[in-house]
Design a protein around this ligand. Structure first.
Ligand code: 13P
Ligand code: SF4
Length: 305
């Protein structure tokens, strides 16, 4: 079946099953185009919580579907390819976090949403790439915090706070591969372009950025700024949405190889199959969910940028 036929089949099935299709900004273009809503990891989970639909097809990776299950336990959350994970989220387990907490009693744990539900359950509060600074500032009365699992997000946040940030040594293999030398070379070829970096990039790459933003932050920023050319320092899937929303602007990847293979595991066929079979389901076990929800809910009370 060709793309248009598959997309039509998906739209028909979504209607028939009272389902909604959410796609992360890094998904394949044909999936972003057929989705009801595209967005960043947390934004999509909040959309899942808001919808009247009983079934949510989440095109993203496992921790995102889990976050949707945490915030809307009454809905059926489908992740069309169950093996779509996040290597960074897998760099920490609940067990290893419990051990680390014993080394630092009383130090609050801030976990990036890119973590499993069981790690969230062991955390005091969650954060996203859009609100990490505000989350850390909200921990009044604590001079030290522990951020997991992304060392780069932690080191970026450290720039904006007097608190001491201890951090887990995790990283995103795709963002962490981008080097300052690569960025300098692309900047050299595009001297007028603004460089937008994701906070998962290394500190020396962040130093070269005109703006540091979450994926949705980048989309918002590009729409409202006058500049016409941008170097994009995040997973290249976002360039599809940037181009669609800003046909008069030019986007250059900082590194063409910043492609998250897990984000690309889902194809249109998988979505059809998921809707027909109502599987694979991602459901967080209630004991873990309730504790993970506390950390997510605490974050949600803090404004996003
Ligand atoms: P965002 O929350 O900015 O969409 O980032 C998610 C992610 O996986 C970044 O690599
Ligand atoms: Fe995880 Fe990186 Fe892929 Fe985002 S881009 S899902 S952080 S591996």
């Amino acid at each position: 079946m060709n793309i248009k036929t598959l997309q039509k089949k998906i739209r028909d099935l979504l209607k028939e099953k009272n389902a909604i299709l959410l796609a992360h900004n890094y998904q394949r273009p044909e999936i972003q185009d057929v989705a009801d809503i595209t967005g960043d990891s947390l934004g999509l989970s909040l959309e899942a919580a808001k919808t009247e639909a009983k079934i949510v097809v989440f095109c993203g990776v496992h921790f995102m579907a889990e976050t949707a299950s945490i915030v809307c336990p009454d809905k059926v959350i489908l992740l069309p390819v169950i093996s779509a994970g996040c290597p960074m989220a897998d760099m920490i387990t609940a067990h290893s976090l419990i051990q680390k907490k014993r080394e630092h009693p009383g130090v609050p744990v801030v976990s990036y949403v890119n973590s499993s539900a069981s790690v969230k359950a062991e955390s005091d509060i969650c954060c996203t790439s859009a609100n990490a600074i505000q989350v850390v500032s909200s921990l009044v009365g604590h001079d030290t915090v522990l951020m997991t699992p992304d060392k780069n997000l932690a080191r970026y946040t450290q720039r904006f706070t007097d608190k001491k940030i201890l951090y887990w040594e995790g990283f995103c293999p795709y963002h962490d591969r981008l080097t300052a030398a690569q960025v300098k070379s692309v900047k050299n070829d595009h001297p007028q372009a603004l460089f937008l970096a994701h906070p998962e990039c290394r500190p020396e790459v962040i130093d070269l950025a005109d703006e540091v933003k979450s994926t949705s932050g980048m989309l918002e920023y590009v729409k409202k700024t006058e500049s016409r050319e941008f170097i994009i320092g995040t997973e290249t899937g976002i360039i599809h949405t940037l181009e669609t929303q800003n046909p008069d602007k030019v986007f250059v990847p900082a590194d063409k190889k910043m492609i998250c293979t897990d984000m690309k595991k889902i194809y249109l066929d998988d979505i059809v199959k998921a809707l027909v079979t109502s599987s694979p389901v991602v459901k967080v076990e209630e004991g873990i969910r309730v504790r993970a929800y506390r950390a997510v809910e605490r974050m949600l009370k803090i404004p996003r940028d």
